[in-house]
Design a protein around this ligand. Structure first.
Ligand code: F3S
Length: 302
């Protein structure tokens, strides 16, 4: 806990900010830029954070929404993974590929493939349309199978399920949701195999945010507007009964939020780099980092 003056304290979440996979993706992309000649372009936004993307652009790293828009050089695929067809298309276009898929996402691919090969109908708990979900579905389709994607218990009830069902999860799903869906599958399928592929980084960030919210008067969540996990942190803080605001930069802090508040909680989503979180901490603390500032990221060994 850090004091700004006699009245206000800044309390940092026990873990906050960049997860292992995003940090690794950013470092691999920057290393590719340093070591390669020609253009380096990310396919889609590497991280859901505009400030990080702007910093990459300043280093000469481009961004394209579609492979067809990349004529030459190196393409960096998403930390959320890609389907084999995307990889094949990139290679067919003659592009060098840097695959920054997070190892925890690779594990989802591996487990889904294993279940498919063992004859299970693969059910993926996840958000239809998310890059990670598309990557897993694309992999199983390339092996001649299909993936049944469900986001809710209700969706399971109307899904066409066989007798032998294997369930995996998008890495960022909530454990309670995964467990509820597996329980629902068990009501109709006699042979069920569930593999928990949720990444601990998400759980750790969320648990730390909820604990933080219970100790403070207000929580500031630093995270990109497009970052679903940052939004989720804000929601969890509000569910704990504490007002919470999501901001991208210190400039967005409305002084009215802080009026009459003594303990200010600070956390950040998994796509927020340390330098932005530190900037916000300095702003709240009148210029310097709060005394004893020590930032811990979600567990790298999750
Ligand atoms: Fe990987 Fe988990 Fe981050 S899956 S990208 S370490 S949230």
């Amino acid at each position: 806990m850090n004091k700004t003056d006699g009245r206000r304290q800044i309390v940092l979440a026990e873990v906050a900010g960049f997860c292992f996979g995003v940090q690794r993706a950013v470092e691999m992309t920057e290393a590719a830029r340093r070591s390669r000649t020609g253009t380096v372009t990310t396919l889609g936004a590497l991280v859901h954070n505009e400030q990080v993307i702007a910093r990459m652009e300043a280093q000469g790293i481009g961004r394209a929404g579609d492979l067809k828009a990349i004529q030459e050089g190196t393409v960096v695929l998403s930390a959320h993974g890609a389907s084999p067809s995307v990889l094949a298309q990139a290679k067919a276009q003659g592009l060098d590929v840097v695959d920054v898929t997070c190892p925890f996402v690779t594990r989802v691919h591996r487990m889904a493939k294993q279940l498919h090969e063992q004859g299970y109908q693969v059910v993926l708990v996840g958000d239809p349309g998310h890059t990670e979900v598309k990557g897993v579905a694309g992999l199983i389709e390339s092996l001649g199978g299909t993936v049944t994607v469900v986001a809710t218990v209700e969706a399971v009830r109307s899904a066409p399920l066989g007798k032998k069902v294997g369930v995996v999860s998008q890495t960022t799903q909530r454990p309670e949701q995964f467990a509820a869906i597996v329980a629902e599958v068990c009501k109709t399928a006699p042979d069920v195999r569930a593999i928990n592929t949720i990444c601990n980084a998400t759980e750790e960030l969320q648990a730390a945010a909820a604990r933080l919210a219970r100790q403070v008067d207000i929580v500031i969540v630093v995270g990109g507007k497009q970052s679903a996990n940052s939004r989720r942190l804000r929601q969890l803080c509000e569910e704990a009964g504490t007002p919470a605001y999501q901001i991208e930069t210190a400039a967005e802090i409305d002084p009215a939020w802080l009026e009459g508040k003594e303990k200010i909680g600070l956390t950040a989503g998994a796509s927020t780099p340390d330098w932005i979180l530190e900037e916000v901490a300095r702003h709240l603390n009148g210029g310097d980092l709060p005394a004893g500032w020590r930032l811990h990221h979600p567990d790298e060994k999750s």
